[in-house]
Design a protein around this ligand. Structure first.
Ligand SMILES: O=C(CO)COP(=O)(O)O
Length: 250
């Protein structure tokens, strides 16, 4: 059994006070979850959310971070700042970062390595565009993002790396990959990780699915052999639906 992770990516939603209120509402609903639960508020909401969740079973994550430790990078947020706030995980290479802000595999790889060197767990997001899927390139796009995102990451560091497969066409669209299609990509990525590292790393690595996961499809997705959790956008913004996802097995 892998160490499943159900995670809410709040994206650019909620003010700090709204985010703290959502965290307060979520807390009692997920306190008995059998698996790891994580939320990723926006940077400015992290202090308020972290103070609500302190000492609880809910992990606080960031949605991004700079690829450099500190310096003249106006508008950026560093790994040191996140650590100081009690952040334990960081989502990196989300498709919105790749496609809206032009982040490259190389930049994402720098961030992955920096997060690891400071003890944070990176959630490395990968996923193909609709036209790439239609051209039969879903696997090769994911493999390239995996391989380039993990350059220089050691086998022992892989214990802390989480992969999130988010087909771009399924994000915020209400379209979900079928459980079988998602599982096929997860299985292929696991094989790829076995070839990059070892079969024991591949067997242990947590691969989340993201893209319109919600209370009505979570059970069938989570029943698939290679799906080890969810990275959830829209359905994580309401305490009751997020709690249903976190307690999907009950
Ligand atoms: O991008 C996502 C999570 O990172 C998925 O978003 P939705 O669940 O809103 O499709």
């Amino acid at each position: 059994m892998r160490n499943y992770l159900i995670a809410g990516n709040w994206k650019m939603n909620k003010t700090p006070s709204e985010a703290a209120a959502l965290a307060k509402e979520i807390l009692p609903l997920v306190k008995d979850a059998d698996y790891r639960v994580m939320v990723a508020p926006s940077f400015v909401c992290i202090p308020a959310v972290a103070s609500v969740l302190k000492g609880s079973n809910v992990i606080v994550a960031a949605q991004n971070m700079a690829g450099t430790e500190s310096g003249a990078f106006t508008g950026e947020t560093s790994v040191l700042m996140l650590k100081d706030l009690g952040v334990e995980m960081v989502i990196l290479g989300h498709s919105e970062r790749r496609h809206i802000y032009g982040e490259t595999n190389e930049q994402i790889n720098e961030k992955v390595k920096l997060a690891l060197s400071h003890g944070l767990s990176p959630v490395l997001c990968i996923g193909e565009l609709l036209e790439e899927r239609e051209a039969g390139k879903a696997e090769s796009v994911c493999f390239e993002q995996l391989e380039k995102g993990l350059v220089g990451v050691s086998e022992s560091d892989m214990d802390r790396v989480i992969i999130a497969y988010e087909p771009v066409w399924a994000i915020g669209t209400g379209k979900t990959a079928t459980p079988e299609d998602a599982d096929a990509i997860h299985a292929a990525c696991r094989k790829k990780i076995a070839s990059l590292y070892s079969s024991s790393v591949a067997e242990k690595v947590v691969i989340q699915y993201g893209g319109s996961m919600n209370p009505s499809n979570v059970k069938t997705l989570m029943a698939m052999e290679n799906i080890d959790g969810g990275l959830i956008g829209g359905a994580s913004l309401k305490a009751d639906s997020f709690a249903e996802l976190a307690n999907f097995n009950k």
